[in-house]
Design a protein around this ligand. Structure first.
Ligand code: FRU
Length: 498
C-alpha cells in the first residue's frame, strides 16, 4: 500500500516533469527531475542495472522535507527516471528520509536510510532525532519494515548526539552485513561508527572507524567505506573545514583516507586525509562496485555554500559524471566512466599543434563536449583555456609552468552573487606533460588533470549562447588537442557518427 504522501509525490513529479523542457537540462549528467536534489543515495546494482536514488524535494527548487528520488541506468550516462521511492510518511521519518545506501540481497533491493523526527513548540524546534531505518523493494516500490528504526544513537553510546546521527552506508562481506554511519561526539566532532549485523535488522556497534579531533572540520557526513586494490578507502564530507595552504577550501568539503582494515578487530589503520575534488561544487560522493569490478563514484555537483541556480529553472541540482576510481601509490585517481566514449561525435584533433598568444582552433567550440589538452613541451609561462565564452562571458582554466599551479576562474561565468570565484590547485609534476581533460555539459565543467590525479567540479551560470573556446599561451608550446562532442542520440545511431 502506497501512503498518501508517496502517491502525491509520485503524481506531482509525473505531471511536473512534462512541463520542463528537456533541452534546459544537462545532456549527459543526471539532473533533478523536478524540484530539488542533493546527495546521491543508494548507488547500487539491482537486477543487473545501476540504481541511483537522491535526496529529493519535488515540490520546490529549494531543500525541503526529504524524499528519495530514483533513476536507473545501464551505462552510467543515459538515465531512466523512476517514480519517487521513499517519502517521509512514517512516525520515525516524518521530518525527512535523509541519505543512505542500498544493496541487493536475496532478490530484494534493500535501502538503508536516516529517518528524521522533529519536535516543535510554538516558536522553535525543540528536538531533532535521527535514526537508521530500512526498506525493501523490487526496484520500483519499497516497503519500510515493521522493525524500524533499526538503529538509534544510544545504541552506540550515551555521548553520541541523537540530532547528528545519519547517512548509513551498508555492504556485505562474507555472510555478515556491515554499516558505517556518521555520528557526532560530545566535542561536536564527527566520527564514523562501524556496525555489524547477520540479519539486517539487529545491529551491533563495533567501534569508531575513524576519530576526528577537529582537524578536518566538524560533523562528517555521508561516509562510504570500500575495498580498492587490496586497501580500504573511507570517503566522507566534513562540514566547516578550514583551509590549509591550497587544500580544503570548500568549507563543506570532501576527504578520503586510505589504509588497511581488519575485519576481526574492526580497526582501520589509515594515513592522513586528502582532498577528493578541488572544485566549488562537489559533495557527498558515494560509490558502487560495477558488475565488471570497477569502483564507480558519483557526487552531488553543488555546494551548500554556493547555493544558487538559474532563476527560471524549475529543477535544481545535478550529479557529477560517474567516475572510475583507482588507487595509485595511495592516491585516488578519478576519470569519467569509459562508457562516455559511446556518445562521442564530431571528433576534432590537433596533433603537435604549435601554440602562442591568443588562439581559436577550428571546430573546437561548444558546451557539451569532452576536450583533452596535452601540453607536450615548450617555453611558456602559462597557458589558458577559456570555456563557455563570448564577448561577455568566459570561464578560465590557467596553468602556470613555473609554479605548477592551476587556477580556475569563474568570475565571468554568470554568477550574480558575491561568492568565491577563483580557486587554485597545486599540481605535482606527473612527468613531462601536463594533461587537462575538460567535460562540459551546458552548465557544468569538470576537469581531470594528469589522467585523473586531480579533479575539479564546478557549476556555470553562463547562457547557452556562449559557445566559444579560446586558448591563450604566454610564450609558446606544442600541444595535442582532441575534442569530441557528446550527444545522446537514438540507440541505433550510436557509433555511426564517430
Ligand atoms: C549532506 C546531508 C546529509 C543528510 C542530507 C539531508 O549533504 O546534509 O548529511 O542526510 O544532506 O538532505
Amino acid at each position: 500500500m502506497k501512503s498518501k504522501i508517496l502517491s502525491e509525490a509520485r503524481d506531482y513529479e509525473a505531471e511536473e516533469i512534462k512541463k520542463i523542457n528537456r533541452g534546459e537540462k544537462p545532456t549527459f549528467h543526471l539532473a533533478a527531475p523536478v524540484g530539488w536534489i542533493n546527495d546521491p543515495n543508494g548507488f547500487s546494482v539491482f537486477q543487473k542495472e545501476y540504481h541511483l536514488f537522491y535526496q529529493y524535494h519535488p515540490y520546490s527548487s529549494k531543500w525541503g522535507p526529504m524524499h528519495w528520488g530514483h533513476s536507473k541506468t545501464k551505462d552510467f550516462i543515459q538515465w531512466e527516471q523512476l517514480p519517487v521511492a521513499l517519502a517521509p510518511d512514517e512516525s520515525y521519518d516524518s521530518a525527512g528520509c535523509f541519505s543512505g545506501s542500498a544493496i541487493e540481497e536475496d532478490g530484494q533491493h534493500v535501502l538503508v536510510y536516516t529517518g528524521v523526527i522533529e519536535e516543535r513548540s510554538k516558536h522553535r524546534l525543540e528536538r531533532v532525532q535521527q535514526l537508521q531505518c530500512i526498506a525493501m523493494g523490487n526496484g520500483i516500490d519499497y516497503k519500510k519494515l515493521e522493525c524500524n528504526p533499526i538503529l538509534t544513537a544510544d545504541m552506540i553510546s550515551e555521548s553520541i548526539s541523537e540530532a547528528d546521527f545519519r547517512d548509513p552506508k551498508i555492504w556485505k562481506h562474507g555472510s555478515e552485513f556491515y554499516m558505517v554511519v556518521s555520528c557526532c561526539n560530545s566535542e561536536k566532532n564527527g566520527e564514523i561508527a562501524l556496525l555489524t549485523s547477520s540479519d539486517l535488522k539487529q545491529w551491533t556497534f563495533q567501534n569508531m572507524l575513524v576519530k576526528n579531533d577537529g582537524t578536518y572540520g566538524k560533523m562528517w557526513e555521508c561516509p562510504d567505506f570500500f575495498e580498492l586494490s587490496n586497501q580500504y578507502v573511507l570517503l566522507t564530507s566534513p562540514q566547516k573545514m578550514k583551509a590549509d595552504g591550497l587544500e580544503f577550501h570548500s568549507g563543506d568539503g570532501t576527504i578520503y583516507f586510505v589504509g588497511q582494515f581488519d575485519y576481526h578487530t574492526g580497526i582501520f589503520q589509515h594515513g592522513v586525509a586528502k582532498q577528493i575534488d578541488y572544485g566549488f561544487d562537489f559533495y557527498a560522493p558515494q560509490t558502487t562496485k560495477a558488475m565488471d569490478g570497477r569502483q564507480i563514484m558519483i557526487a552531488w555537483m553543488h555546494s551548500w555554500d554556493n547555493e544558487i541556480k538559474l532563476e527560471e529553472q524549475k529543477w535544481n541540482g545535478i550529479m557529477t559524471i560517474p567516475r572510475e576510481i583507482e588507487l595509485r601509490d595511495g592516491k585516488l585517481f578519478q576519470n569519467p566512466v569509459r562508457e562516455i566514449a559511446q556518445y562521442y561525435s564530431n571528433k576534432i584533433e590537433f596533433v603537435k599543434n604549435h601554440m602562442s598568444g591568443n588562439m581559436e582552433l577550428e571546430g573546437i567550440r561548444g558546451r557539451e563536449l569532452d576536450l583533452e589538452i596535452t601540453v607536450c613541451d615548450g617555453a611558456y609561462e602559462f597557458f589558458e583555456v577559456q570555456l563557455a565564452k563570448n564577448e561577455k562571458y568566459k570561464t578560465v582554466c590557467r596553468y602556470e609552468s613555473k609554479t605548477g599551479i592551476l587556477t580556475f576562474d569563474r568570475m565571468y561565468s554568470g554568477i550574480c552573487r558575491d561568492i568565491v570565484s577563483v580557486r587554485k590547485l597545486q599540481i605535482s609534476p606527473g612527468g613531462e606533460e601536463i594533461k587537462i581533460r575538460v567535460l562540459l555539459d551546458k552548465y557544468s565543467v569538470e576537469l581531470f588533470v594528469n589522467d585523473g590525479a586531480y579533479a575539479f567540479s564546478s557549476l556555470l551560470y553562463v547562457p547557452s549562447e556562449a559557445q566559444d573556446i579560446n586558448f591563450f599561451v604566454e610564450g609558446e608550446l606544442t600541444a595535442h588537442i582532441v575534442k569530441h562532442d557528446i550527444r545522446i542520440v537514438d540507440k541505433a545511431q550510436i557509433g555511426k557518427e564517430v
